[in-house]
Design a protein around this ligand. Structure first.
Ligand code: ADP
Length: 395
């Protein structure tokens, strides 16, 4: 073998060695291949499990002018035969083909693309009007098919690998959730049990004020417990996508004002600054949207205690955008895309109670209104949640 051929083969290996299965990579590979192995058209087919058929992943007419789509069709039947046989196949022009029409004088070469000893696709070449494939051409083409097989196999492994990693992450979230929820359920139950046992003790008599204090704690903890259970059930319901919404014309500014009024009963020092430009009413579910706003407030109170909250409401085209800014500790950039996931909680030194369900529920409610919710944050300076709602969300 001469050095030129060796260089050529080495270049083919180099192109595929660490490359992924993107179109430019396949293109570069086949272009380089053609420097010594001549063909007019080429097509790469892979078997697709979901459609149970061959899919063209790449097709190119290099010689005779034809569109790539049309080219894919010429090789499909032949690729099917290669896939079925699992072997290299050659096909000469049909004897009845007119000898003076070069395009009907198709010499086909089909090579199986394998993975784990199974044929997963085919690499098909065509030469119009010959020449026939010599044995050394076939060796080079087989070598190319093996390199492509490796490329696709590696891509499949990469995909499986990232799916597994995602699965592992989900499992970790569920595991964390189970331990959080056990703690979250036990705490209010402990209070309820402790204070009611105290009140029932025969040997102690409590004055009216103390009794009232204990009963208030029991009442509040029972509320907390039922809210928690409601959230867990709700997130399960949302998972199965059954969120019934009752659409009605709503003014978002008044929904926001109501929520703030209710929150002020429990949090007297809530520092909210509102800038609500007059905007038309939207079609929405008032109870659900109030739930979203309440959740954002509760989070700001929990994660940015004492920090002021600023709310802006604006109409932008056919949408209303609400921004909800706190001057709290913020959220690290790597956690930002994850906070709307079910069970996700940012790990921190401080133990702040929560389940990782609140923002997930918010996102599902906003999605059901055909809107969007996202967050931006500068750690150390604060977090802003944005909600975009179409004015006519029930359309
Ligand atoms: P939970 O509050 O029950 O943990 P959420 O889904 O409401 O669950 O929030 C997910 C995570 O997002 C929280 O654990 C918290 O780390 C982070 N987070 C939410 N809101 C804020 C905020 N205003 N400031 C900083 N971190 C926040």
């Amino acid at each position: 073998m001469d050095y030129k051929t060796l260089d050529y083969l080495q270049e083919l290996v180099r192109i595929t060695a660490f490359a992924d299965n993107s179109r430019p990579n396949i293109e570069k590979f086949l272009k380089t291949l053609r420097e010594q192995f001549v063909f007019d058209n080429v097509a790469v087919y892979l078997y697709d499990e979901s459609s149970q058929g061959l899919e063209v992943v790449y097709a190119r007419a290099v010689g005779r002018a034809k569109s790539a789509e049309a080219d894919a069709a010429w090789g499909e039947t032949f690729a099917g035969q290669v896939l079925k046989s699992g072997r290299l196949l050659l096909q000469d022009p049909k004897p009845e083909a007119p000898p003076d029409d070069r395009l009907s004088q198709a010499y086909l070469l089909g090579l199986p693309l394998r993975s784990d000893a199974l044929t997963k696709g085919a690499l098909i070449f065509v030469r119009f009007g010959g020449p026939v494939y010599e044995s050394e051409h076939i060796t080079v083409a087989s070598f190319a098919a093996d390199l492509l097989s490796n490329l696709f196999e590696r891509a499949a492994w990469r995909e499986t690998n990232s799916e597994l990693r995602e699965l592992k992450r989900q499992m970790q979230l569920q595991e964390d959730f189970v331990s959080t929820i056990s703690h979250e359920l036990r705490t209010p139950l402990g209070f309820i049990k402790g204070y009611s046992t105290s009140l029932l003790r025969q040997d102690t008599s409590w004055d009216d004020e103390t009794q009232k204090e204990f009963l208030t704690i029991i009442d509040e903890e029972a509320d907390r417990l039922s809210l928690l259970i409601e959230n867990v059930l709700e997130s399960a319901r949302l998972q199965s996508k059954t969120l019934p919404l009752r659409f009605q014309p709503l003014r978002l500014d008044s929904v926001l004002r109501d929520v703030i009024m209710r929150l002020r009963i429990r949090h007297k020092d809530l520092d909210v600054n509102m800038d609500l430009t007059p905007a038309p009413p939207i079609q929405g579910d008032g109870v659900r949207l109030a739930q979203v706003f309440e959740n954002l407030f509760t989070n700001a109170i929990k994660y940015a205690p004492g920090a002021p909250i600023a709310i802006l409401l604006n109409q932008v085209g056919e949408n209303i955008i609400i921004s909800f800014m706190d001057r709290g500790p913020g959220i690290p950039a790597e956690s930002l895309p994850l906070i709307f996931e079910r069970f996700y909680r940012v790990r921190s030194e401080r133990t702040i109670t929560g389940t990782g369900l609140g923002l997930y529920i918010c996102r599902q409610i906003i999605k059901a209104h055909r809107g969007k919710i996202w967050a931006e944050s500068t750690p150390g300076q604060g977090t802003t949640f944005f909600i975009e709602l179409p004015i006519n969300s029930s359309k």
